[in-house]
Design a protein around this ligand. Structure first.
Ligand SMILES: [Zn+2]
Length: 375
C-alpha cells in the first residue's frame, strides 16, 4: 500500500444551506482544523480542494478532524500525511481493511469505522496508545480482535452488528471502559470478568442469544444503561438490584416471565442445617456460645442467610428455596429476580409481584416456586 498521498484535486460544490459566515469550510465544517469530505463519492483522499475560485489548498498537518464518511473508499492511501489528526471517521465506505500504517497517527483519540467490510484489524493499531474511542459497529468481525485488548486507554468500544460469537474474558483489562456495546452479535454468554470493568456506565448486550448474564454485573456500580432486549434470558441475578445508578434497563423480547419451572427434586435439609437453624435463632439465649463450640461450627453458624420473608425471621444455610420475585423496575418493567426462602411454607408470606398494576392481568405472571437445594 502506497504512502504517497494522492495529488488529485477535487472540486467540492458549495452548499448554500450549509455555507454561512460562521460556516466557512466545506460541507458543514465550522472549524479550520476540520476536513469534512462527506459523501463526495471519493475513492482517494484529495490533497487539494477548492470551494470557489481561487482554489484553496490545505495542509494535512493542520487537520485535527478528518471526516471521510459516505464515500467509495476500498482502501485508504495517504492517511499518514495527516499525522496530527485526533479524530478520524471513515464510516460508510467499502473498506475491507484498515491500513497497517494507521498506527503512525499517534495523536488519534477517536477512530470511527462503522459500516464497512472489516473482518480483521491491523496489528499497527496497537501503536495508537492515545486511542480512547473506537467505533467498529456494522462490520464483519467474527471475534473481538486481540489488538483491541492492547488499547488500555479505551473509554468507548462499539462492536455492535458484527458476527462475534464470544467475548474474551480478558476484556477486563480495559479498565477505563465507560461504554461497551456488543449488541447485534451472536453472543451466547458473557464472561464473569465483565464485573471488573469498574467504570462502565453503558453496557449494550441486546440482540444476541444470551440465556444468562453473570451475577457480577451487580458489581458495575456506575452502570446507568443496560440493554438486554432480544435475547433468551429467563431470569436475572438478584445482584442487579445493586445497580443503584441504573436508569435504563431494556428487557423486551426475552422469555423472562415464562418457563421458570424446571423439575428439580426437593431433598430435605440436612440434620446439620436444621440444628444450625435452631441454634442460630436461639443464639442470644446461650451466653458465650462462640467459646464453647468448635471454630468450624462457629463459622458455619455465622454463614446463615436471612429468609426474605419478613414474617419469618428464619435463617437458612445451604438448603434454600428459590423464589421468583417480580420487581417493578424504573416504572416500566417487571423484572423477575431470584430470592431465597428458608422453606416452601414461607412462600405464602412473600408477594411474588411487588407492585400494583390495575389493568394488567396477574395471571400472566403466575407466582412460581422453584425449589433448589445447594451444597
Ligand atoms: Zn422463611
Amino acid at each position: 500500500m502506497s504512502d504517497t498521498p494522492s495529488t488529485s484535486s477535487v472540486f467540492l460544490p458549495t452548499w448554500p444551506t450549509r455555507r454561512t459566515d460562521a460556516n466557512l469550510y466545506p460541507n458543514g465544517s465550522t472549524k479550520s482544523d476540520e476536513l469534512v469530505l462527506h459523501d463526495y463519492g471519493l475513492e482517494e483522499i484529495p490533497m487539494r480542494y477548492h470551494i470557489e475560485q481561487p482554489e484553496e489548498d490545505y495542509d494535512p498537518q493542520n487537520v485535527k478532524k478528518l471526516d471521510l464518511t459516505h464515500n467509495s473508499f476500498v482502501i485508504l492511501r495517504g492517511l499518514t500525511t495527516f499525522n496530527n489528526v485526533s479524530v478520524l471517521d471513515v464510516s460508510f465506505n467499502s473498506l475491507s481493511a484498515l491500513p497497517e500504517d494507521i498506527g503512525t497517527l499517534s495523536s488519534l483519540t477517536t477512530l470511527i469505522a462503522r459500516n464497512n467490510l472489516l473482518e480483521h484489524l491491523p496489528k499497527g493499531l496497537q501503536l495508537l496508545e492515545n486511542l480512547e474511542h473506537l467505533y467498529l459497529s456494522g462490520n464483519r468481525l467474527e471475534y473481538v480482535p486481540p489488538v483491541i485488548l492492547t488499547m488500555r486507554k479505551l473509554k468507548t468500544l462499539h462492536l455492535g452488528g458484527n458476527y462475534i460469537d464470544s467475548c474474551p474474558s480478558n476484556i477486563s483489562v480495559l479498565t477505563l471502559l465507560r461504554v461497551l456495546y456488543l449488541g447485534g452479535n451472536r453472543l451466547r454468554e458473557i464472561p464473569a470478568s465483565i464485573g471488573c470493568l469498574d467504570e462502565l456506565e453503558n453496557l449494550g448486550l441486546c440482540d444476541n442469544i444470551l440465556e444468562t448474564i453473570p451475577s457480577t454485573l451487580g458489581d458495575l456500580h456506575y452502570l446507568e444503561t443496560l440493554s438486554l432486549h432480544n435475547n433468551r434470558l429467563r431470569t436475572l441475578p438478584t445482584d442487579i438490584l445493586n445497580l443503584r445508578r441504573l436508569q435504563q434497563l431494556s428487557l423486551r423480547n426475552n422469555p423472562l416471565v415464562h418457563s421458570f419451572v424446571h423439575n428439580m427434586d426437593l431433598a430435605p435439609p440436612s440434620l446439620k442445617e436444621l440444628s444450625g437453624r435452631t441454634v442460630r435463632q436461639n443464639y442470644h439465649k446461650v451466653p458465650n456460645l462462640d467459646e464453647i463450640l468448635p471454630s468450624d461450627l462457629v463459622a458455619y453458624l455465622g454463614s446463615a442467610c436471612q429468609c426474605v420473608n419478613p414474617e419469618c425471621q428464619g435463617v437458612y444455610f445451604d438448603a434454600r428455596v428459590e423464589h421468583i420475585k417480580f420487581v417493578d423496575f424504573c416504572g416500566k418493567y417487571r423484572v423477575p429476580l431470584m430470592q431465597f426462602l428458608c422453606s416452601p411454607r414461607c412462600s405464602a408470606g412473600v408477594p411474588s409481584v411487588d407492585y400494583d398494576t390495575s389493568s394488567e392481568s396477574e395471571e400472566e405472571i403466575e407466582p412460581i416456586m422453584r425449589r433448589v437445594l445447594l451444597g
